[in-house]
Design a protein around this ligand. Structure first.
Ligand code: PEP
Ligand code: MN
Length: 369
């Protein structure tokens, strides 16, 4: 059950105290107080979690300051689009807006290798006016003998250089709760030179303790990648885990699913699910064509499969694209074959913009008819 207060009620206000007091009379019900930023206004909400069946809706709606009570029995209580809860979740962080309806490209190194490559990459992004990037410090590798990432040691120079080139948000995967602490610590030590969007990789889409940990901190937004071998519903529940633990600045990222039916691509591209996710949830949607396609072959029209897949995500209305880039892919320590060259970045960005304009025209056309 979600109790939504009128806009003038603050979390510490007596109206909220009154509700919490009332909630204490019902056994096995845990209240959580949240401030939720919608597109147009900010609201105080109390989630009553547990055995809420015994709580009468009427009594809750009549308490002072309560605007409405939503009893959500459907899936995805917090992130879903439900009656009385249709507004997209506002998502803004460090000056970057990424809610439904926006568009951002996050390009960068799959795995940080050298300071020099980090600098070359940020410089190229900055020159294109991009303020968002991706950088992998902690890498989940299938083989324990493969490069595992530079870890916490690269964070100081990654953050310093990001600040130098005007990068405001870097998507960075975490494999463990301690990585969140390391990132926050390094960010603060850098004087918040930049910002980080914590990334939950496909292999951790059902690591419930990690999902809980990134949900419990509210400083950094979270990018949840779709689990490669689980249903869409299970991946959306991963996002719900983050939300119920207190963090609603969440982006869900489609990155293909694992099956040999996708051969010769690395994964079976699932970007047709972009509109499905936007219909079911109020979250922004990202696509990762690099990990979905995994290679840079070119079709007879001269366009790479990777660019074609990117376009499929954008034409379907995604808000974000995550793309691997490397100054010298042949030397990359992880996923070189799918990385764009820095020289390919301007053309890639222009292609994204062409398709985004086409999507906006299609949406306007649909609105007219
Ligand atoms: C990544 O983005 O670097 C990555 C490992 O992706 P995924 O979790 O989708 O495999
Ligand atoms: Mn990778």
């Amino acid at each position: 059950m979600i109790v939504i207060f009128s806009p003038d009620v603050v979390p510490g206000g007596e109206e909220v105290q009154r509700l919490l007091e009332r909630a204490r009379h019902f056994p096995n019900v845990t209240p959580q107080v949240h401030v939720v930023q919608g597109e147009t206004r900010s609201l105080t909400e109390v989630y009553l979690i547990g055995e809420t069946r015994a709580i009468p809706d009427d009594e809750m709606s009549e308490l002072p300051g309560v605007e409405r009570v939503v009893r959500v029995s459907e899936k995805y209580r917090l992130i879903g689009r439900h009656k009385g809860q249709m507004e997209a979740l506002a998502c803004e962080y460090n000056g970057v807006g990424f809610e439904q309806g926006t568009f951002n490209l996050l390009a960068g190194l799959c795995a940080v290798d050298t300071r020099e490559n980090v600098e070359k990459t940020f410089r190229a992004l900055g020159a294109l006016g991009l303020a968002t990037a991706r950088m992998g410090a902690y890498k989940p590798r299938t083989s324990p003998y493969d490069f595992q990432g530079r870890g916490g040691t690269c964070l100081p120079y990654v953050f310093e250089l990001a600040g130098k080139y005007g990068i405001r948000m870097i998507a960075m995967e975490v494999l463990h709760e301690s990585h969140v602490e390391e990132i926050l610590d390094a960010l603060h030590r850098s004087g918040n030179a930049t910002g980080v969007m914590l990334q939950i990789g496909t292999r951790n889409a059902q690591n419930f303790e990690l999902l809980r940990a990134v949900g419990q901190q509210q400083e950094l937004p979270v990018l949840v990648k779709r689990g490669m071998g689980i249903t869409l519903e299970e991946s959306l529940n991963a996002c719900e885990y983050v939300a119920v633990n207190g963090n609603r600045r969440i982006v869900i990222c489609l990155r293909g699913v694992k099956t040999h039916l996708g051969d010769p691509h690395r994964n079976f591209v699932d970007f047709a699910h972009v509109p499905v996710v936007k219909r079911l949830t109020r979250l922004p949607v990202c696509v990762d064509p690099s990990h979905a396609v995994g290679r840079k072959d070119r079709a007879p029209d001269g366009i790479t499969d990777l660019a074609h897949a990117t376009a499929q995500g954008i034409i379907a209305g995604c808000e974000m694209v995550l793309a691997d880039v490397h100054p010298n892919p042949a030397e990359a320590l992880c996923d070189g074959p799918q990385a764009l060259l820095l020289e390919e970045l301007p053309g890639f960005l222009e292609d994204c913009r062409i398709v985004r304009r086409a999507y906006e025209q299609r949406a306007a056309l649909a609105a007219r008819h």
